[in-house]
Design a protein around this ligand. Structure first.
Ligand code: HEC
Length: 124
């Protein structure tokens, strides 16, 4: 009985590690860092890295209380343009923070589109 409990505990621990790792690698792909974005040219030149960094953090903390996490790459930048104002309005963040969040999401969405385009060409 003790053995069984131990085995169950171990396999649960193993499964949750796998799950966490999956999430960690998945989200770093889906949530490019500020450095990656500014190096790629996907972000507006006028948006400093610090703002992108803050925007990225806000997206994770402020946008998951009502629904699942939407990755920037799930919508095109033009679609986000119509989604974001209403969604930012549903959070309690300031206008300044909303601008950072929007800058990050738009840049990351463009970055995802560029990556897809690159993959199309290089995977042939
Ligand atoms: C107070 C609750 C709430 C918060 C906070 C919130 N959302 Fe939403 N979101 C919703 C609801 C409800 C919907 C379903 C569609 C609708 O009502 O517009 C939705 C839908 C969406 C969709 C799907 C739109 C589509 O066309 O399929 C996206 C993407 C989204 N939210 C992103 C965000 C982002 C980014 C943030 C943070 C800035 C955010 N949400 C914060 C409630 C919220």
């Amino acid at each position: 009985m003790k053995f069984l409990a131990g085995a169950i505990f171990l396999s649960l621990t193993f499964l949750s590690c796998v799950g966490l790792l999956g999430c960690a690698t998945g989200s770093s792909m889906a949530l490019p860092s500020a450095n990656t974005l500014s190096g790629s040219g996907s972000s507006a030149r006028t948006t400093p890295d610090n703002n992108l960094r803050r925007g990225r953090a806000l997206l994770v903390t402020e946008c998951t209380s009502c629904h699942r996490f939407f990755e920037p790459g799930e919508f095109e930048a033009e679609e986000w343009e119509s989604i974001l104002p209403a969604m930012i309005g549903r959070t309690a963040i300031s206008k300044r923070q909303g601008t950072d969040l929007a800058a990050y999401v738009m840049s990351a969405a463009r970055y995802a589109q560029e990556q897809e385009a690159t993959d199309l060409v290089t995977q042939r």
